[in-house]
Design a protein around this ligand. Sequence first.
Ligand code: DC
Length: 231
Amino acid sequence: MSEAGLTRPPPVLAIDGPGGAGKGAVSRLVAGRLGWHLLDSGALYRLVALDARQRGLGFEAEQALAELAARLDARFQSQGDQTRILLNGLDVTEAIRSEAAGDGASRVAAVPGVRQSLVERQRQFRQLPGLVADGRDMGGVIFPDAALKVFLTASLEERALRRHKQLKDKGIDVSLSALSRDMVERDRRDSARAIAPLKACDDARILDTTGMDVPAVVAIVLEWVAERVVP
Ligand code: DC
């Protein structure tokens, strides 16, 4: 190996896209197949939102939210192919997946100070043999030198259907039309914000997953990794 090779930082695969595009499932499976670490950055914003709610902090308290994000007591514990997520020592793995937590996450994620507070914490996930980084600004801001950036999309109808099924499987009953409306609203908020908007990086490869199942998407992403990432 060359000297430059010895100092090369661990490779990163950045996966972004709107809600319901399959980022979470695809990232987890690809990380498992590669034996790489996984950063679920959305979970960090969900944790900040949950912590803020538990402390009675409103979304307008930007400075306090940024401080809370900087001190966030969050732990990710791997258990086989599952990860348990602890906030202030309590298991919130399921609680942060609710629509309310997702909505709160979208709001705190629009606060520049909160994003800034989470930058270093996210970069610490970059460890050998590599990292799959799932979330909004992974390729644009946190890991601009990612070896591969993938932007997953799917039609709104399909994204809403997938999310609906996910929630139903967890015993959470929401109407498809309400979900679809919320999704449009969240996409709008995430796309319109000044900082780290929902948008594919210029150097991202875009994959429209409409009509594809998760294994098919995983297979394509793994092919792209094999092309891009020198072992
Ligand atoms: O991917 P997710 O649904 O868990 O993300 C929750 C919210 O957080 C969503 O509105 C997008 C936002 N987010 C972000 O702004 N930046 C990230 N790196 C990850 C998520």
